[in-house]
Design a protein around this ligand. Structure first.
Ligand code: ZN
Length: 311
C-alpha cells in the first residue's frame, strides 16, 4: 500500500466551475484513494473507484453521489498519483472540483515526487480476456433526446461514431496505452501516441518528459457557450489549448504538435486508476472518452474470468 511520506497541498480553481479551493492529499494506511468534502458538514469519504464514477458528460471524471457529495474532474490528479506510485491517500477538498492548476498532471506529479512515496507494491489487476466498449455502446447511456441531437449533429458534420476503448491481455508487466484522436480540425487531424508504465523510475521519467505537461483543448468559439452552461469557467490560456475558429491553428502555443493526443494518455491513465490498482494490459483508445473508459472497467469487472488480482 504505497502512500505519500507527507501531506501535499494545492490551491486553485477547477476548470469547469472556476471556484478556487484548497485540496490536501494526505498519507493513508488504507488502500484506496478517498476524497472527502470538507465544505460539507458530516460528509463521508468517497472512494475514487469506477463504480462510484458518475456523470461524465461534462467531459470529465466525477466521483460520488451527484445529488450529494461529489468531486469533479479527478482524472489528472488520479493520473499523477498513479505515476508517482501512490495507491493509498486521503484527499480533503473544500469544494466540488479539483484545482486545474496548469491543466496537466505536471504540478500534481512534481509535488508527489518531492514529498516522496513509501511502502509496498501496487495491487495488480491483470487483464485475462479482451473487453471492448464502442462509442455506440456509450451513446446508449445518453438520454433519448440528447442522443437524437448528437446523431443529427454527427450526420450534418459527417462525424463518424466509430470510436472504441479496448482492454486486452499483454505479455509484459505493464499498462501499455495507445491512444488515437481523429478531428476534422486540421491542427489536430489524426494523431496517435503510445506510452507504457511498468512501475519503474524510467517509466515515470518518460511520463514526465513526454506526457505530464500536455493540456486539454477546446475550441475558442465554444468557450462562450460552455461558460453560459457552467463549464470552462476556470479555463485560461495557461491551462487549455484554445483552437482558433478555423480549426487550423491555436491561440496559445502548444508544447508539441501532438499535445492533444498526449493529453488523452493522461486522461486514460487517470481513468484506469479508478480500477483501484495497476491495470496490467493493453489499452487501445480510438477516439475514446471518459465515459468509454469507465464503461470498459465496468465490463472488465463484470465477469471474474476477465481478470486476476495479484496483491
Ligand atoms: Zn484531461
Amino acid at each position: 500500500m504505497p502512500t505519500l511520506k507527507k501531506k501535499v497541498e494545492f490551491f486553485g480553481g477547477g476548470i469547469h466551475l472556476g471556484v478556487p479551493v484548497k485540496l490536501v492529499v494526505k498519507p493513508s494506511k488504507k488502500i484506496g484513494i478517498f476524497f472527502r468534502r470538507t465544505d460539507i458538514v458530516g460528509s463521508k469519504s468517497i472512494l475514487a473507484r469506477y463504480d462510484n464514477v458518475g456523470d461524465t458528460k461534462m467531459r470529465n471524471t466525477t466521483v460520488g453521489n451527484l445529488g450529494g457529495a461529489h468531486v469533479k474532474t479527478i482524472e489528472h490528479l488520479m493520473a499523477a498519483l498513479f505515476i508517482a506510485g501512490v495507491d493509498s491517500a486521503n484527499i480533503e477538498i473544500a469544494g466540488p472540483e479539483t484545482p486545474i492548476l496548469d491543466g496537466s498532471a505536471m504540478e500534481f506529479l512534481n509535488a508527489f515526487i518531492a514529498a516522496g512515496v513509501t511502502g509496498g507494491k501496487y495491487k495488480r489487476i491483470i487483464v485475462r480476456r479482451p473487453v471492448v466498449v464502442t462509442a455506440r455502446d456509450a451513446m446508449r447511456q445518453v438520454p433519448f433526446f440528447t442522443r437524437m441531437k448528437i446523431y443529427l449533429m454527427n450526420f450534418i458534420s459527417g462525424r463518424k461514431l466509430d470510436g472504441f476503448v479496448k482492454l486486452a491481455p499483454c505479455d509484459n508487466d505493464s499498462l501499455n496505452i495507445n491512444a488515437t484522436l481523429v478531428y476534422k480540425e486540421k491542427i489536430i487531424g489524426k494523431q496517435s501516441f503510445s506510452y507504457s508504465y511498468d512501475g519503474t523510475k524510467k517509466s515515470c521519467r518518460d511520463f514526465l518528459k513526454n506526457i505530464a505537461r500536455a493540456r486539454t483543448f477546446g475550441k475558442y468559439s465554444e468557450w462562450e457557450y460552455l461558460k453560459a452552461h457552467g463549464m470552462g469557467r476556470g479555463a485560461t490560456e495557461k491551462n487549455v489549448i484554445a483552437l482558433n475558429n478555423n480549426g487550423d491553428g491555436t491561440l496559445n502555443k502548444v508544447y508539441w504538435p501532438d499535445e492533444f493526443v498526449r493529453h488523452k494518455i493522461i486522461d486514460a491513465i487517470g481513468d484506469m486508476f479508478t480500477s483501484g490498482g495497476f491495470v496490467v494490459g493493453n489499452l487501445e483508445s480510438y477516439k475514446g472518452s471518459h465515459a468509454m473508459n469507465n464503461m470498459v472497467l465496468r465490463k472488465l469487472f463484470s465477469c471474474p474470468d476477465n481478470y486476476d488480482i495479484v496483491e
